[in-house]
Design a protein around this ligand. Structure first.
Ligand SMILES: Nc1ncnc2c1ncn2[C@@H]1O[C@H](COP(=O)(O)OP(=O)(O)OP(=O)(O)O)[C@@H](O)[C@H]1O
Length: 506
């Protein structure tokens, strides 16, 4: 093992030295150097595509650096695989799905480690389930158990499985990549408490987030990346959102983030849920969305709001009751919804909104056939290319060209594609489930501006969100759901407050 010449490894428990990562012509990391002291929460912040996940995944053994070196606790760190990294104390919660669908929670937690429970040539599933359950109990996770099939879990619960899996390894370094936006209030609190507990025992946490307030609350220091370069570090006493934004973007980000005025909306009801009941979550649920309204829907992740979004778009079977438009049309399939100029942005982008193995262009134009027609049913390749290029430019999607594969884009850039794909087709009713998940502050501001412009031009938007500032900032009216029912309805004119909303959720 190569050793670093220093007595105090604790101050530079992780040492990243001139690390570069190239993907063909893309330079994801450019000679990045920084250190992270032991037992602290270190934030990593930067715009979408600035290299945060790439760096984190090199540390976690997912991929190798092109050049440069990393030292962990004074020793050269170069894990050959994720398993090797985990065994040697580095565990990571990835941005998207880090679990496998068709197996149980326990099998996910001990994936690749089944031999720990071997009895001769057999694996004792009983012992494996018991061990997994102990970890879940210690984390006070009660929404599922070790035997639950992973395919039945929502995004939040699958993230909790990943957290439980990481805890098995008792990590020296715990990496959390843009996970909190997949978690509801309770999930976030659980993660924050865990991070505190871990650091008190000497674990180092690398925390990646686009939420600057969250970073300032949870971190002891914050490293800033921009376009693959390390820009600098802020210590706790230097934390300041404007300074952070300037370091991230290289200029001042000015202007109003949210729309926060009282323009109101029309009386016409454009979408109505009439006593709808779904297999799970919703029972005789009523809702009206008006022309030109931004209706915010909030609640804890299992309150039924994500199912509501799907049911309104015809993507979730409505067993009783119906979803209708102003002209009386019943929406009972996604095909009908799209035909009636409805759009739906799913929270679960990799599973439900994107074709990962297709190109940026193929994804963006996939529902824009009417716009890009040449003659009759024939499509114009030129129009499609121009259309895709415009979305790429408007949302500053970071990719080499419109022919770039979506699977290789950063998380936030994937989210921009989902947004661009649906926004571009000029729908009248837009159901958006966590539309700004994982996007950086600059793009968030651009998305909010577009949502506001759509509202002003008479479009109706149902904004399902787990971010209270987003709901408060953007909505004309907010409905808070709890256990599949409405627990509060508040109009902007009555005054929104986080306190009121949280009380209605719990
Ligand atoms: N496997 C890959 N092949 C090609 N390019 C890649 C690959 N992985 C990442 N990149 C590129 O490297 C750059 C950095 O991506 P990375 O995912 O590290 O950004 P990030 O800062 O984590 O972004 P986000 O905030 O959106 O998650 C991006 O331009 C991305 O498209």
């Amino acid at each position: 093992m190569e050793m670093v010449k220093s007595d105090d490894f604790n101050d530079r428990f992780i040492e990243v030295s001139k690390v570069s990562k190239h993907f063909g012509v893309t330079v994801a990391l450019n000679e990045v150097s920084f250190t992270v002291p032991k037992g602290l929460v270190c934030g990593l912040v930067g715009e979408n595509g600035s290299g945060k996940s790439t760096l984190a995944s090199i540390l976690a053994g997912i991929q190798d650096e092109t050049s440069g070196k990393i030292y962990l606790d004074g020793q050269k760190w170069n894990p050959g695989s994720v398993l090797e990294a985990q065994k040697n104390g580095v565990a990571m919660i990835v941005q998207e799905t880090g679990t496998i669908e068709n197996i149980s929670v326990a099998e996910n937690i001990f994936l690749g480690q089944e031999m720990l429970f071997s009895k001769g040539i057999f694996i004792s599933r009983k012992k494996m389930f018991a061990a997994a359950q102990r970890i879940l109990d210690e984390l006070e996770i009660t929404s599922f158990n070790a035997e639950s099939p992973t395919s039945k879990l929502d995004l939040q619960d699958r993230k909790l499985v990943e957290i439980a899996k990481a805890m098995y390894w008792n990590p020296k370094v715990f990496i959390v990549d843009e996970t909190t936006t997949a978690l509801s209030h309770i999930g976030r609190e659980l993660l924050y408490a865990l991070m505190k507990k871990l650091t008190s025992k000497g674990t180092t946490v690398l925390f990646i987030s686009h939420d600057l307030e969250e970073l300032m609350e949870q971190c002891d220091i914050i490293h800033v990346l921009r376009d693959g370069d390390y820009i600098g570090t802020l210590e706790k006493n230097q934390f300041d959102t404007d300074r952070m934004k300037e370091m991230m973007i290289g200029r001042n980000l000015e202007g109003d983030y949210y729309h926060a005025d009282e323009e109101g909306y029309g009386d016409e009801v454009v979408l109505r849920a009439d006593q709808i009941t779904t297999l799970e979550d919703l029972l005789c649920f009523n809702l009206e969305l008006h022309k030109g309204e931004v209706l915010g829907i909030g609640g804890l992740s299992d309150c039924g709001m994500h199912t509501l979004g799907k049911a309104l778009f015809g993507a979730e079977k409505v067993l009783d009751g119906k979803v209708t438009l102003a002209d009386g049309s019943v929406i009972d399939s996604t095909k009908k919804a799209v035909r009636h100029k409805m759009a739906y942005l799913s929270k679960n982008r990799d599973r439900e909104s994107l074709a990962l193995n297709a190109t940026v262009k193929e994804n963006i134009v996939s529902i824009a056939h009417d716009i890009n027609k040449a003659f009759g049913p024939l499509l114009s390749f030129k129009k499609e290319s121009q259309y895709a290029k415009k979305q790429i430019e408007d949302l500053s999607i970071k990719c080499a060209s419109e022919n770039h594969l979506v699977s290789t884009l950063s998380g936030g850039n994937k989210q921009k594609i989902v947004f661009g794909k649906w926004i571009g087709v000029d729908s009248d009713i837009l159901i958006m489930d966590c539309p700004t998940r994982g996007v950086d502050i600059g793009v968030k501001a651009a998305m909010y501006k577009l949502i506001y412009e759509m509202k002003k031009s008479g479009k109706s938007i149902l904004l399902i969100s787990e971010e209270l500032p987003e709901l408060i900032g953007m909505s004309d009216r907010i409905i808070i759901m709890k256990d599949g029912a409405i627990s509060a309805e508040i109009h902007r004119s009555e005054g929104f407050s986080e306190h009121k909303l949280i009380n209605a959720m719990l």
